[in-house]
Design a protein around this ligand. Structure first.
Ligand SMILES: [Zn+2]
Length: 87
């Protein structure tokens, strides 16, 4: 009688361990699938606000959420903004 209880306990433990392992395996699979594709840094192209030329984000200059291909174009844009709204 005691032997039967021990067997049942062992079976229960093995069953529980199996379920645990299965859930861990599923979580691992899901986390692998959820990973976003690797982003290549500096590959994004942005447009120069002044001359509409496309330049890599890493080489572009930024001013108030706007992108520029060179500091000259950035200065010209800033100057134009000043001329338009002198305040
Ligand atoms: Zn430009």
């Amino acid at each position: 009688m005691n032997l039967l209880i021990i067997r049942l306990l062992i079976f229960a433990v093995l069953f529980y361990a199996g379920l645990k392992l299965y859930s861990l395996y599923r979580q691992h699979k899901l986390s692998q699938q959820k990973q976003p594709p690797e982003r290549v840094e500096g590959s994004a192209m942005v447009r120069c606000r002044w001359c509409d030329v496309h330049v890599p984000e890493s080489e572009a200059l930024r001013f108030e959420e706007k992108w520029f291909c060179s500091s000259a174009h950035r200065e010209r844009y800033i100057q134009e903004q000043k001329d338009r709204d002198p305040s």
